[in-house]
Design a protein around this ligand. Structure first.
Ligand SMILES: NC(=O)C1=CN([C@@H]2O[C@H](COP(=O)(O)OP(=O)(O)OC[C@H]3O[C@@H](n4cnc5c(N)ncnc54)[C@H](OP(=O)(O)O)[C@@H]3O)[C@@H](O)[C@H]2O)C=CC1
Ligand SMILES: CCCCCCCCCCCCCCCC(=O)OCC(=O)COP(=O)(O)O
Length: 309
């Protein structure tokens, strides 16, 4: 009898057994947490929001799907019903139509959600728009539009739902930020600023509401294959309308939605969902900022040159 067969193999299988048991317990806890939970998802009409709707619906949640376009939301509800028409206990989602850049409609929506469902267990602030342009050419109205949609709208909705969560001493608030909530890359000023503000706000919130047993999860994805770049606004406020190469080659929205589901189920405080280069860029920014700034300046010059030629 050698060491491998008497010690290593049983140890390996023993730890695999413990690991398996740990994963099983984790899965069971997640299932209990998510089943029947009232989950509000903004930007549920497309991309990551729509995929989150599918993932949380499949996990047995009671969904409130939010968007600007009622017809698109109906389409998503239809898709979800075909996905789960064999399951007796699947919940038909409720839909709420509002524009995040209009604070009054956001507050009305929060009131409607609470009136209809009584409470919210999980709020997923997902909706957002991106931006392409130079700072010098961008009108302040464009900066404001991006901030209204990506920052003021989500924080208005969060603040409107928070008192009822505090009262119940229960709730979970999720912010879909971006790698650009941690680093700024050239020609994305308004977007990166809105995501840095998002990161800061929800980090403060996490600290303030822990005493009420409320969880806060910030998710920072890298590139995802969605319409984000197509729908981005430009310096003059018009639609960018281009599917960027990085976006087209990003992770699928379904993959990222599974990461969101599991991060929420495990009550993680923050998750970076990105490939090697964006992840390295985040570490470079904090450990060796001057190298990062040089790289960004070179990138800006290169991009400018490519655009001008
Ligand atoms: N795609 C990517 O590479 C990355 C995306 N993210 C983040 O993921 C989130 C989802 O974006 P993604 O799925 O990629 O992009 P999409 O463009 O596919 O989805 C954006 C969603 O936000 C909604 N929305 C936009 N403006 C408003 C508004 N004023 N009021 C209400 N809803 C609005 C859109 O609704 P409508 O259908 O009406 O336009 C749509 O449902 C965003 O916060 C984005 O910043 C983060 C990192 C990378
Ligand atoms: C030790 C080696 C370090 C190498 C570091 C290289 C640094 C290169 C910079 C890379 C920048 C990556 C930016 C990633 C940005 C990102 O993932 O953004 C996600 C989005 O939100 C996408 O939105 P967008 O509208 O910009 O498409």
């Amino acid at each position: 009898m050698d060491f491998t067969s008497t010690v290593i193999i049983p140890l390996l299988f023993g730890s695999l057994g413990i690991f398996g048991l740990f994963r099983l317990l984790q899965w069971m806890r997640m299932r209990t947490y998510l089943q029947e939970a009232v989950v509000v998802i903004t930007g549920a009409t497309s991309g990551l929001g729509k995929e989150c709707a599918k993932a949380f619906h499949a996990a047995g949640c009671k969904l409130v799907l939010c968007g600007r376009d009622g017809e698109k939301l109906k389409g998503v509800v239809q898709e979800l019903s075909t996905m789960t028409n064999h399951r007796k206990n699947a919940h038909k989602p409720h839909t709420v139509v509002f524009d995040l850049s209009d604070t009054k409609t956001v507050l009305n929506a929060a009131e409607e959600i609470l009136k209809y469902l009584g409470h919210v267990d999980i709020l997923i602030n997902n909706a957002g728009i991106s931006f392409r342009g130079t700072i010098v050419d961008t009108g302040l109205d464009v900066d404001k539009k991006v901030m209204e949609t990506n920052y003021f709208g989500p924080i208005a909705l969060t603040k409107a739902l928070l008192p009822s969560m505090i009262k119940r001493r229960q709730g979970h608030i999720v912010a879909i930020s971006s790698v650009q909530g941690k680093i700024s890359i050239p020609f994305r000023s308004a977007y990166a600023a809105s995501k840095h503000a998002t990161q800061a706000f929800f980090d403060c919130l996490r600290a303030e509401v822990e005493q009420y047993d409320i969880d806060v999860t910030v998710i920072s994805p890298g590139y995802i294959q969605t319409n984000l770049s197509l729908n981005a606004v430009t310096a003059d406020g018009s639609r960018y309308g281009v599917m960027d190469k990085n976006t087209a080659e990003g992770q699928t929205a379904a993959e990222v939605a599974q990461v969101v589901l599991s991060a929420v189920g495990q009550k993680k405080k923050e998750v970076l969902v990105a490939g090697l280069t964006p992840s390295l860029a985040v570490y470079l920014r904090s450990l060796f900022p001057s190298i990062f700034f040089t790289l960004m300046a070179t990138r800006a010059k290169k991009e400018r040159k490519a655009k001008d030629s």
